[in-house]
Design a binder for this molecule. Structure first.
Ligand code: ADP
Ligand code: MN
Ligand code: MN
Ligand code: MN
Ligand code: MN
Length: 379
């Protein structure tokens, strides 16, 4: 019996038969909007490879051009427990293929995987490291709970000066009249992700009105995208149940200081070992000396339109500025790349690129930081 009015994760009609419910989840052509369809199978799949291929009608380009609307193969690549129907029911994340041999042009996971493989052997330079790089990624996903028109529900510019206001980590209704229901969504999302088997790191009440953050990772290679995208899907599904709307859009109110980030944290085995700060600084040097544009395009699935707006907005001070590369230790103000305080004290760990927006495509972003800071592809 449900006693808590917020205990919404129980299905209305519990199912206890032998069939297994699988939700097929995929990002559409935008790379950050999610879709799903459900399929019933006879046996519990042990891994994603046991889930049948499916097909789906979708745009094969980020702009959604009519001529690129195609039937494509929906290929499962990662499987999680289904937090809505619970075990043994599953949710699987899928990527798109044009046919059995050719990945779709929107399949950034495929390209990301190739770059991760190149870390073990670079066919271009013949480079093969003595020790595997073992890349790890962590992403901080910020989002706003919004009204139907996309404006954060608790946004009230007449009452508050959001350039000065710090709501970050605060509790209570003083600056956010909807904080109770928002926190409930945010906490429910955490338990649902943990039940699913997602590498959820934690969450925090963010600085803007109705703004929240959670962290995914660290996850090796392209799996960061599998875990992040599935966590985004679960958040949108839970928001449906709560009757709330969430947005990953980096600039929910044009011209206001409100922006959402998707900070990208990155390390290799050498950076994580004693004395690894040398390798961290080396990677940051490559980033700083690279051409910024190709990487910024990979950090924004809208090919640098929405994120340009965020990084050009000088009213907020918690995010870096476009075309001004600043690296600092233990500082978040106007900083492009940050070495966290404890990493600097320990002399090893990871670093943070603060440029990616909340709408980042995690596969493209992870791909981009490796190509830029390890291979120096954009020098
Ligand atoms: P902050 O808000 O101070 O930037 P958070 O705690 O919100 O820090 O996020 C830290 C992120 O760093 C998390 O996503 C976590 O997964 C990631 N992370 C931690 N250790 C590593 C590591 N060794 N390599 C890559 N990412 C890491
Ligand atoms: Mn039909
Ligand atoms: Mn954070
Ligand atoms: Mn944040
Ligand atoms: Mn951060």
């Amino acid at each position: 019996m449900t006693t808590n009015k917020y205990d919404l994760l129980l299905p209305d009609i519990p199912y206890s038969g032998d069939k297994v419910i699988i939700e097929y989840v995929y990002a559409n052509h935008t790379g950050y909007e999610f879709c799903s369809k459900t399929r019933i199978v006879d046996a519990v799949p042990a891994a994603f490879e046991d889930c049948p291929l499916w097909d789906n009608y979708m745009w094969d380009d980020v702009e959604g051009k009519p001529e690129n609307l195609k039937e494509m193969i929906l290929k499962p690549v990662a499987m999680f427990e289904n937090p809505f129907f619970r075990s043994p029911h599953k949710i699987v994340l899928c990527e798109f293929w044009l046919n059995m041999e050719t990945p779709s042009t929107i399949n950034t996971r495929y390209t990301c995987k190739k770059t991760m493989e190149r870390l073990n052997f670079d066919p271009i330079s013949g480079y093969r490291p003595k020790q595997p790089h073992d890349p790890w990624f962590g992403i901080e996903q910020e989002y706003f709970v919004t009204r139907d028109d996309g404006v954060p529900v608790s946004y009230d510019p007449k009452k508050y000066n959001y350039e000065k206001l710090i709501i970050y980590t605060k509790i209570g209704h003083r600056h956010d009249k909807n904080i109770g229901i928002e926190r409930e969504l945010s906490n429910r999302h955490m338990t649902a992700c943990l039940n699913a088997g997602i590498k959820f790191g934690g969450l925090v009440r963010e600085n803007g009105p109705s703004q929240w953050e959670y962290q995914i990772g660290p996850c090796p290679g392209e799996t960061i995208g599998d875990h992040l995208n599935m966590s985004r899907y679960i958040l949108q599904r839970l928001a449906e149940i709560f009757g709330l709307r969430v947005t990953f859009h980096p600039v929910p109110v044009h011209g206001s200081p409100l922006t959402s980030s998707g900070h990208l944290n990155f390390s290799t085995s050498k950076m994580r070992a004693k004395g690894g700060i040398t390798f961290i600084r080396h990677a940051i040097n490559l980033l700083a000396n690279s051409e910024q544009d190709p990487l910024l395009k990979m950090y924004d699935p809208t090919l640098n339109q929405e994120n340009n707006e965020r990084l050009s907005n000088t009213s907020g001070h918690w995010h870096p500025h476009l075309h001004k590369f600043v690296c600092d230790v233990a500082n978040k103000v106007f900083v492009t790349v940050r070495i966290p305080l404890l990493v600097n004290i320990n002399g090893y760990g990871y670093f943070e690129d603060r440029r990616p927006s909340s709408a980042l495509d995690p596969y493209a972003a992870a791909d981009g930081i490796v190509r830029s800071s390890i291979f120096g592809d954009f020098l």
